[in-house]
Write a new protein. Structure first.
Length: 292
């Protein structure tokens, strides 16, 4: 029993300790409450100031916004006026440009039409000239063709005559006893001989004279001509030697040698007149000495 009673009622010493602690806690709570009150009051004050500041700022912002809006409105009005002016100017410019473009297109069309007409006229003129030139060319071609045919016929005829003439030419034994080449008795036959090209031919017309006359690479002088007997006498100089060929007949090859040729030179007189003879000198094509 004694133990239970002692456990139910704490000793007085413990109560003495608890009471101060409780008083201290109450005081602390009071102090903390005062602190909180002060802080709340200060916060209220700050909030009031902040609210006032915010209201002032909002008022200023409203005023500024009002001014800005007014300025922007004026600026927008100005821009709207400028835009309308720009639109009018653009419309005017477009109208002028369109008018100018139309006028320019019309002018260009006229120039193109005129240029086409000029080109057509030029082409027509050139075509006419070409046609005239073609007609003239065809006429000339026809004439040339006719001329060619004529020349061809003439050449064929000349060749035929030449062949006939060559066929009539003869070889005769010369005064030196050497068989001569073909002998021409007239200018036609001499022309045929030239065509053959076997020898060089130099025509001459000698009159009786005391002077020697150079024919080819020799010199000749007529001493006598007897047309009744068809006889003549000449002197010739070859290799600085004077040789007389006396009393020779028409178309007789009068032969003599020179140092630079193996074959003999030949003098043929085709016609004898009074104090005059007509003929030719025939010399070899190849001039090679007889001793080579």
């Amino acid at each position: 029993m004694t133990d239970l009673a002692s456990d139910s009622y704490p000793p007085s010493g413990r109560s003495k300790i608890v009471v101060p602690i409780l008083i201290g806690a109450v005081v602390a709570l009071a102090i903390f409450a005062v602190y909180l009150f002060v802080q709340v009051d200060r916060t209220k004050t700050d909030v009031a100031k902040l609210r006032e500041s915010l209201m002032t700022e909002i008022s200023n912002m409203r005023a500024t916004s009002s001014v800005t809006t007014e300025a922007q409105k004026k600026h927008l009005d100005t821009l709207r006026v400028q835009l309308e002016s720009a639109r009018r100017n653009a419309a005017l410019a477009v109208g002028q440009a369109k008018t100018e473009a139309v006028r320019h297109a019309e002018d260009l069309g006229k120039r193109l039409e005129e240029e086409q007409q000029k080109q057509q006229q030029m082409v027509a003129t050139e075509l006419s000239q070409v046609k005239e030139a073609a007609t003239s060319a065809n006429t000339k071609i026809a004439n040339v063709s006719s001329d060619v045919t004529s020349v061809r016929n003439e050449v064929a005829s000349s060749k035929s005559e030449l062949d006939k003439t060559i066929a009539t030419l003869k070889t005769v034994q010369g005064d030196l006893g050497v068989q001569s080449g073909l002998i021409a008795t007239n200018s036609k036959e001499l022309s045929a001989l030239r065509t053959l090209g076997e020898r060089n031919y130099f025509e001459f017309d000698l009159t009786k004279s005391k002077e020697l006359r150079k024919i080819g690479d020799v010199t000749l002088r007529l001493k006598k001509a007897d047309p009744k007997r068809n006889r003549y006498t000449i002197e010739l100089v070859a290799d600085d030697k004077l040789v007389e060929k006396k009393d020779r007949a028409v178309n007789e090859p009068v032969q003599f040698y020179v140092a630079r040729a193996r074959l003999p030179y030949e003098v043929v007189v085709n016609e004898i007149k009074k104090d005059q003879v007509v003929g030719y000198l025939a010399t070899p094509k190849v001039q090679v000495g007889r001793n080579q």
